[in-house]
Design a protein around this ligand. Sequence first.
Ligand SMILES: Nc1ncnc2c1ncn2[C@@H]1O[C@H](COP(=O)(O)OP(=O)(O)OP(=O)(O)O)[C@@H](O)[C@H]1O
Length: 261
Amino acid sequence: MILELRDLAFGFGARTVGSGVTLSVGSGEVLALLGPNGAGKTTLFKTMLGLLPPRAGDVLFGGVPLAGLTRAERARNIAYVPQAHAALFPFTVRDVVLMGRAARLAPFSAPGLHDREIAMEALTRLGMAHLASRPYTEISGGERQMTLVARALAQETGILVMDEPTASLDYGNQMRVLSHVRRLAGEGISVILSTHNPDHAFMVADRVALLHEGALAALGPPGDVLTPEWLKRLYDIDVVIGSLPGSASPSCSPRLDHIQF
Ligand SMILES: Nc1ncnc2c1ncn2[C@@H]1O[C@H](COP(=O)(O)OP(=O)(O)OP(=O)(O)O)[C@@H](O)[C@H]1O
């Protein structure tokens, strides 16, 4: 297993947000994490990345505990696509993507031609090459999100953690990012992504994990976990799940007429 969480507890300061999370992710596997607002998805991700200390339990990469890896070693193992944020400094899109190469550079050395080629290749793969020279502060929220995906690709890690990667994207770019996720998995890269859209999990995930009330409530193939019963428990809405003729995966249709205020 490329990534393992063993009885992991996570939180801030004295506050535990979640505990008892045990799961492993294999090479080329896509794991989708679902949970209501505030369930702890981002906190769990930050703990997996070593940005927050585990409150209990372990995170292991290829059997090696996270605590035993330097920051650069972590960055060569795992890349993070955070939710798009506004930047303070007007770096170009190309330079933001180049930052993904930092952990691959020798100490005190600047990115070389090879690094620039990899950065441009990541932008080209995402259909973003035309924005390379634009300031990151002067592109749309969706374009910023795609830039952060390109930065993570340029990091060339075996594991990609994506925090709601489609949240600010238009419909076409949502599908392009999801299609890239499947393509990356086909290349052996493991992807862990959070989403609020069960349809996206149906489209790309090999397995789905549900985070609810501070615990890993369910873990398994999308068809076993994304049931009307579980979605009711998570979001307190009724859904119908079915497959449209010609569609490759099932989809959810919420019953708005059942919602009570
Ligand atoms: N910096 C922080 N300090 C203290 N508590 C925090 C901090 N950030 C988040 N929290 C709290 O931790 C809990 C989990 O938040 P988290 O952002 O991990 O949830 P999430 O599942 O990612 O939510 P969402 O779907 O809304 O993005 C929430 O109760 C939140 O208020």
